[in-house]
Design a protein around this ligand. Sequence first.
Ligand code: ATP
Length: 420
Amino acid sequence: MTEVQLQEFKLEPDSELRFEVESKNEKVVLEVKSGYAELFGTELVKGKPYEFHTGAKVAVFTWHGCTVELRGRTEVSYIAKETPMVVYLNVHAALEQQRVAAEQENTRGPVTMVVGPGDVGKSTLTRILLNYAVRMGRRPIFVDLDVGQGHISVPGTIGALLVERPASIEEGFSQQAPLVYHFGHKSPGDNLELYNTIVSRLAEVIAERCENNKKASTSGVIINTCGWVKGAGYKVLTHAAQAFEVDVILVLDNERLYNELKRDMPKFVKVVYLPKSGGVVERSSAQRAEARDARIREYFYGKRTPYYPHSFDVKFSDLKIYKVGAPSLPDSCMPLGMRAEDALTKLVSVWPAPALAHRLLAVSFAAGPDDHVLHCNLAGFVCVTAVDPERQTLTILSPQPRPLPATVLLLSELQYMDNH
Ligand code: ATP
């Protein structure tokens, strides 16, 4: 690969510059020299340098034409004239009409779910639609049900955010006061019962909040989902559609899924087929694992704005750690009146042991294990960086200084090696 330090690109109206930063510890700086451009729906400020680091896969789109400069080494960089942006803009315009109608009729705005297999640009389309909505003065709710590659909190959770300003180019949507629920695994398939339970709960809480926030309610909800669309994955999607009472489902690049949803959804749900962008980059499972790791690192250490987490020891005896899901027994072995699936959402006490090293623990808002723990949202996360069986202590990495709140901690399957 030849080293390119400075590149200038002239973009015609309705085209985009795509580039990727691959090499380790690489930094590429982007600057709009003239004209207007946007990045996944956020306007770029002319003359302002934006930094992108290893792993970034970016498209700078222009409606009116512009000149862009890149400084640093990119793996690929090319201008694409074929993009689905006009189609996406039309979707935004249709949603906007529904918001106007909701305002006039005092009803709720459109609840839209974005679905499709892996690597078709679901998260990107969600971001574009949210950005366009907020640029029109709306306050939409962003829901992320993707427990593997989501954009709210850390992997292994689902969550929601009220979007009050466009996503920052370098840091995404502001993560202030998100509503987050614990799942603890990378795929819904690891505990379908628990996944559906928390999706229903999140939908309930959002419906309640919308009742008290007219602006958010008329602006509507945009839901990003996991890329698992076959078999049980399909059932998970239809359950989420029901739970959130969606009005619109945008299906990216999968005709089979589109037809199944058309067949199975009630008539009032609009199922729309959309092309994927040729720019969406496929990611290997190693890259996905890296992306998960990066999200956890950002949670503790920040991205552009640095955070300074605390590290301290906690006695085993001061901790109440639980995992969700007891081993499943056949119905015939269950106590009377209990289903085998009920075991999957039961809390099981976990005694600290060396196996907890590097695991994430969710800090629940629940007061105790009997306090409908799965229905409580999360205060945040800590990471176990070391276990000392002799001194009977855990070393904890935490965004907050000690002491750890004396609440329920939920064990996640996700691990993070803190070598910051
Ligand atoms: P997942 O299955 O993991 O949920 P997804 O369908 O949500 O994936 P995205 O995360 O939206 O897909 O996109 C995958 C990658 O492609 C991201 O890194 C994103 O930045 C990049 N990408 C999306 N659109 C473009 C584009 N037009 N040009 C270049 N890169 C793009």
